[in-house]
Design a protein around this ligand. Structure first.
Ligand code: GDD
Ligand code: MN
Length: 358
């Protein structure tokens, strides 16, 4: 097995030598060869240190990017430089223990596509972060896992330590902004199996963290972009958007019926709901599930009644929640809100399966 280890560096002059030695120690006597690629954007004399290091160690290579910055793009550059079949990405500051490399290599050799050292499985810890960073990190991770389906089962999707086989990247158009290259790969890559192994994220060996407010903002932008580039996630948000629009239409039509056409409340409400349903169907058919119309004619004809049936069940679900909340002496409005959320999840799943067959 030949391992390509990619290490992004920004002003890490005190660390590059130590990590090279620790990697050598960790992999000594193992049945594998390796190369290290430092992708460096430093503004200090790290490139000179790397030059000396690569002259002394044939397995060490480096690229210095003069005007570029960015952890994630540095990693992509590293993937392009090495031709190794198996890849590992890690930080230079020894917060990612090189002693885990043999475990990662072993799992990859067994055929696991992506191996992620995780701070959040039993045996792992994020001790190297202060309380504030832990909170920020938790928030970021939760946002990612709620917004993007493919991240939902990964406990540590925001870390910078992972291994993968190159085939995962085949056909993936990686265009990350900011730091989270692993998330980019998890969303766009082609893979079957992901394994997480515990590790302890310890304090930095030397130098300081380059995490900044700007990178946190980049992270939010990155999530939005990933949602947009992943059809299954995008569809869900479009569906919610159409639902919200439908609510506005519903209320507008109801007002029209009552105040302009002087209809009674109940018929106004029924007409408003029917118009909103038709409105939602049209948008979903032409936008949310564009290109997913049933090819068989009679099934196509059933799409509208199917959509209405599912909407009817949603209505019942919401009403049931209100009833339950009232029974428990809780706020009926809270019941309505929870009901709407559950009904949205239900109707999305049901429409996805039966109305449009995505
Ligand atoms: N080439 C390049 N360009 N490298 C960079 C840049 C850049 O603009 N910014 C940071 N790096 C390098 C650092 O030199 C270091 O090797 C690595 O990226 C991580 O940067 P740190 O400054 O040490 O980040 P951290 O410790 O606060 O956070 C890291 O660990 C967390 C836990 O795994 C990052 O990897 C986070 O993404 C991760 O969540
Ligand atoms: Mn660090």
């Amino acid at each position: 097995m030949h391992l390509g280890i990619v290490i992004p560096t920004f002003n890490e002059r005190e660390n590059v030598q130590t990590i090279t030695a620790r990697i050598a120690d960790a992999l000594r006597g193992r049945d594998l060869t390796y190369e290290i690629w430092f992708i460096d954007d430093s503004r200090d004399d790290t490139p000179q240190v790397l030059e000396a290091l690569s002259a002394a160690h044939p397995e060490v290579h480096y690229v210095h990017r003069k005007d570029a910055r960015g952890l994630a793009t540095a990693v992509v550059e590293g993937f392009a430089r090495t031709s190794a079949e198996y890849l590992v990405v890690m930080d230079a500051d020894l917060q990612h223990p090189p002693e885990l490399l043999p475990v990662i290599a072993e799992r990859l050799a067994e055929g696991i596509d992506i191996v992620i050292p995780s701070r959040f499985v039993p045996g792992g810890s994020d001790g190297g972060l202060n309380t504030f960073r832990k909170l920020v990190s938790w928030t970021a991770r939760t946002m990612g896992r709620v917004a993007i389906r493919r991240l939902r089962h990964i406990s540590d999707c925001t870390g910078g330590y992972f291994g993968l086989r190159r085939s995962v990247l085949a056909g993936a158009d990686l265009s990350p902004i900011g730091w989270k290259i692993l998330m980019e790969i998890l969303v766009k890559g082609r893979y079957q199996t992901v394994h997480e192994v515990p590790y302890q994220f310890v304090d930095r060996d030397a130098g300081e963290s380059k995490m900044s407010l700007r990178e946190q903002w980049n992270y939010v932008r990155h999530i939005v972009r990933l949602v947009w580039s992943s059809p299954e996630d995008r569809r869900f948000y479009l569906f919610c958007f159409v639902g919200g629009l439908g609510m506005v239409v519903n209320l507008a039509v109801m007002s029209l019926m009552m105040y302009v056409f002087h209809l009674r409340e109940v018929p106004s409400s029924v007409i408003a709901s029917l118009v909103a349903m038709a409105h939602n169907f049209l948008w979903n058919d032409n936008m949310t599930w564009k290109g997913h119309a049933h090819p068989v004619k009679w099934r196509r004809a059933l799409q509208i009644p199917m959509f209405m049936l599912i909407s009817g069940v949603s209505l019942a679900i919401t009403a049931l929640f209100v009833k339950g909340f009232v029974w428990l002496h809780w706020s009926p409005l809270a019941g309505q809100l929870i009901g709407i959320i559950v009904a949205t999840l239900w109707s999305y799943t049901a429409n996805n399966r039966w109305t449009w067959k995505a």
